[in-house]
Ligand binder design. Structure first.
Ligand SMILES: [Zn+2]
Length: 196
Protein backbone atom coordinates (compact mmCIF):
# COMPACT_ATOMS: atom_id res chain seq x y z
CA UNK A 1 0.00 0.00 0.00
CA UNK A 2 1.39 3.45 -0.85
CA UNK A 3 2.04 5.83 2.01
CA UNK A 4 -0.78 8.35 2.56
CA UNK A 5 0.70 11.84 2.72
CA UNK A 6 -1.10 14.99 3.83
CA UNK A 7 -1.81 18.51 2.73
CA UNK A 8 -2.57 20.29 6.02
CA UNK A 9 -5.83 22.23 6.34
CA UNK A 10 -5.26 25.61 4.68
CA UNK A 11 -1.64 24.66 3.92
CA UNK A 12 0.38 23.17 1.09
CA UNK A 13 2.77 20.39 0.19
CA UNK A 14 5.07 19.57 -2.70
CA UNK A 15 6.07 16.36 -4.41
CA UNK A 16 8.05 14.99 -7.34
CA UNK A 17 6.28 12.76 -9.82
CA UNK A 18 8.24 10.75 -12.39
CA UNK A 19 6.78 10.10 -15.83
CA UNK A 20 4.39 7.17 -15.55
CA UNK A 21 3.80 7.56 -11.83
CA UNK A 22 0.30 8.41 -10.67
CA UNK A 23 -0.82 10.89 -8.06
CA UNK A 24 -3.99 10.10 -6.14
CA UNK A 25 -5.57 13.08 -4.36
CA UNK A 26 -8.00 12.11 -1.62
CA UNK A 27 -10.71 14.20 0.02
CA UNK A 28 -10.20 12.70 3.46
CA UNK A 29 -13.00 14.50 5.31
CA UNK A 30 -15.30 15.47 2.44
CA UNK A 31 -16.25 18.78 0.81
CA UNK A 32 -12.70 20.16 0.61
CA UNK A 33 -11.35 21.82 -2.53
CA UNK A 34 -7.70 22.34 -3.40
CA UNK A 35 -5.33 23.57 -6.08
CA UNK A 36 -2.67 21.71 -8.05
CA UNK A 37 0.10 23.38 -10.03
CA UNK A 38 2.56 21.38 -12.14
CA UNK A 39 5.95 22.49 -13.49
CA UNK A 40 8.26 20.14 -15.39
CA UNK A 41 11.32 19.07 -13.44
CA UNK A 42 13.55 21.06 -15.83
CA UNK A 43 11.34 24.15 -15.44
CA UNK A 44 10.56 24.35 -19.17
CA UNK A 45 6.86 23.41 -19.02
CA UNK A 46 4.12 24.94 -16.90
CA UNK A 47 0.47 23.96 -16.58
CA UNK A 48 -1.75 25.96 -18.95
CA UNK A 49 -5.52 26.10 -18.58
CA UNK A 50 -5.73 27.85 -21.98
CA UNK A 51 -3.93 25.02 -23.82
CA UNK A 52 -5.97 22.47 -21.87
CA UNK A 53 -9.24 24.12 -22.94
CA UNK A 54 -8.07 24.34 -26.55
CA UNK A 55 -6.82 20.77 -27.01
CA UNK A 56 -9.52 19.15 -24.85
CA UNK A 57 -12.38 21.24 -26.23
CA UNK A 58 -13.94 21.73 -22.80
CA UNK A 59 -13.53 23.83 -19.67
CA UNK A 60 -14.61 20.88 -17.48
CA UNK A 61 -11.99 18.15 -17.23
CA UNK A 62 -12.49 14.64 -15.91
CA UNK A 63 -11.40 11.06 -16.65
CA UNK A 64 -9.51 10.85 -19.94
CA UNK A 65 -8.73 14.56 -20.20
CA UNK A 66 -5.13 15.72 -20.47
CA UNK A 67 -3.69 18.75 -18.68
CA UNK A 68 -1.38 20.48 -21.18
CA UNK A 69 1.66 22.68 -20.71
CA UNK A 70 2.17 26.20 -22.02
CA UNK A 71 4.53 24.62 -24.59
CA UNK A 72 1.84 22.22 -25.83
CA UNK A 73 3.06 19.00 -24.23
CA UNK A 74 0.89 16.66 -22.14
CA UNK A 75 1.75 17.04 -18.45
CA UNK A 76 -0.87 14.95 -16.66
CA UNK A 77 -3.75 12.69 -17.70
CA UNK A 78 -6.75 12.23 -15.43
CA UNK A 79 -7.13 8.45 -15.22
CA UNK A 80 -9.76 8.24 -12.49
CA UNK A 81 -12.18 10.79 -11.10
CA UNK A 82 -14.81 10.10 -8.46
CA UNK A 83 -16.07 13.69 -8.44
CA UNK A 84 -16.39 14.83 -12.07
CA UNK A 85 -16.29 18.57 -11.47
CA UNK A 86 -13.16 20.68 -11.18
CA UNK A 87 -12.21 24.21 -12.12
CA UNK A 88 -9.47 25.52 -14.40
CA UNK A 89 -10.71 29.11 -14.67
CA UNK A 90 -9.84 30.71 -11.37
CA UNK A 91 -6.37 31.73 -10.22
CA UNK A 92 -5.37 30.41 -6.79
CA UNK A 93 -6.72 32.51 -3.93
CA UNK A 94 -4.17 35.07 -2.76
CA UNK A 95 -3.67 37.54 0.05
CA UNK A 96 -4.66 40.36 -2.32
CA UNK A 97 -7.89 38.51 -3.16
CA UNK A 98 -8.83 38.20 0.52
CA UNK A 99 -8.07 41.90 0.99
CA UNK A 100 -10.01 43.11 -2.07
CA UNK A 101 -12.99 40.80 -1.93
CA UNK A 102 -13.36 40.00 1.78
CA UNK A 103 -11.88 43.05 3.50
CA UNK A 104 -9.23 41.04 5.33
CA UNK A 105 -6.67 43.39 6.89
CA UNK A 106 -4.06 41.05 8.42
CA UNK A 107 -2.53 37.92 6.95
CA UNK A 108 -4.87 35.22 5.64
CA UNK A 109 -3.70 31.75 4.63
CA UNK A 110 -3.96 31.47 0.84
CA UNK A 111 -3.29 29.01 -1.97
CA UNK A 112 -0.90 31.32 -3.82
CA UNK A 113 1.56 31.48 -0.91
CA UNK A 114 1.10 27.77 -0.17
CA UNK A 115 1.88 26.80 -3.76
CA UNK A 116 4.92 29.10 -3.97
CA UNK A 117 6.30 27.75 -0.67
CA UNK A 118 5.78 24.16 -1.79
CA UNK A 119 7.70 24.76 -5.03
CA UNK A 120 10.53 26.50 -3.19
CA UNK A 121 10.94 23.46 -0.94
CA UNK A 122 11.37 21.47 -4.18
CA UNK A 123 14.11 23.86 -5.28
CA UNK A 124 12.33 25.85 -8.00
CA UNK A 125 11.24 29.49 -8.10
CA UNK A 126 7.62 29.36 -9.34
CA UNK A 127 6.64 33.01 -9.69
CA UNK A 128 4.81 34.08 -11.70
CA UNK A 129 2.63 31.07 -10.90
CA UNK A 130 1.10 29.32 -13.92
CA UNK A 131 -2.51 28.12 -14.15
CA UNK A 132 -3.84 25.84 -11.44
CA UNK A 133 -6.18 22.88 -11.53
CA UNK A 134 -8.65 23.73 -8.78
CA UNK A 135 -9.67 20.18 -8.08
CA UNK A 136 -13.09 19.47 -6.54
CA UNK A 137 -14.00 23.17 -6.97
CA UNK A 138 -17.48 23.56 -8.44
CA UNK A 139 -17.54 26.79 -10.44
CA UNK A 140 -20.39 27.45 -12.84
CA UNK A 141 -20.44 29.55 -15.98
CA UNK A 142 -23.85 30.98 -16.93
CA UNK A 143 -24.84 31.55 -20.56
CA UNK A 144 -24.04 35.25 -20.17
CA UNK A 145 -20.58 34.45 -18.80
CA UNK A 146 -21.33 35.14 -15.15
CA UNK A 147 -19.42 32.96 -12.69
CA UNK A 148 -20.71 31.43 -9.47
CA UNK A 149 -19.77 28.73 -7.00
CA UNK A 150 -21.80 25.73 -5.99
CA UNK A 151 -20.98 23.39 -3.09
CA UNK A 152 -18.29 20.94 -4.20
CA UNK A 153 -19.53 17.53 -5.33
CA UNK A 154 -16.68 15.81 -3.51
CA UNK A 155 -17.29 13.61 -0.46
CA UNK A 156 -15.46 11.62 2.21
CA UNK A 157 -12.96 9.31 0.54
CA UNK A 158 -13.52 10.64 -3.00
CA UNK A 159 -10.37 10.83 -5.07
CA UNK A 160 -8.92 11.64 -8.45
CA UNK A 161 -5.87 10.01 -10.00
CA UNK A 162 -3.53 11.81 -12.41
CA UNK A 163 -0.75 10.11 -14.38
CA UNK A 164 2.43 12.07 -15.06
CA UNK A 165 3.29 12.34 -18.75
CA UNK A 166 6.69 13.92 -17.96
CA UNK A 167 8.89 14.29 -14.87
CA UNK A 168 7.10 16.86 -12.74
CA UNK A 169 7.29 19.02 -9.67
CA UNK A 170 3.82 19.37 -8.19
CA UNK A 171 2.47 21.70 -5.53
CA UNK A 172 -0.83 21.02 -3.76
CA UNK A 173 -2.83 23.23 -1.45
CA UNK A 174 -5.93 22.80 0.69
CA UNK A 175 -7.95 25.91 -0.13
CA UNK A 176 -8.80 28.10 2.87
CA UNK A 177 -11.54 30.02 0.95
CA UNK A 178 -14.77 29.02 2.65
CA UNK A 179 -16.80 30.09 -0.42
CA UNK A 180 -15.22 27.21 -2.36
CA UNK A 181 -15.93 24.73 0.43
CA UNK A 182 -19.65 25.46 0.91
CA UNK A 183 -18.84 27.64 3.94
CA UNK A 184 -17.25 24.80 5.90
CA UNK A 185 -14.00 25.15 7.85
CA UNK A 186 -10.89 24.19 5.87
CA UNK A 187 -9.91 20.55 6.17
CA UNK A 188 -6.81 18.57 5.20
CA UNK A 189 -6.42 16.56 2.00
CA UNK A 190 -4.51 13.31 1.48
CA UNK A 191 -2.40 12.11 -1.42
CA UNK A 192 -0.52 9.01 -2.52
CA UNK A 193 2.06 8.36 -5.22
CA UNK A 194 1.31 5.16 -7.12
CA UNK A 195 4.25 3.79 -9.06
CA UNK A 196 2.63 1.10 -11.19
ZN1 LIG B 1 -7.50 28.80 -2.36
Amino acid sequence: MPEMLSVPAGGGNGLRLKRGEQLRIIDVEGGQTGDLVAISEDGAHRLSSGRTFDYGGTIYVSTGNVLWSDRSSPMLTIVRDDVGRHDLLYAPCSLEMYRMQYGVTGYHANCYDNLCSAFRTLGIEPEPLPSSLNFFMNANVAADGRLSFSPPKTYVGASMVLRAEMDLLIALTSCPASTCNAGAPTRPLGFEILSD
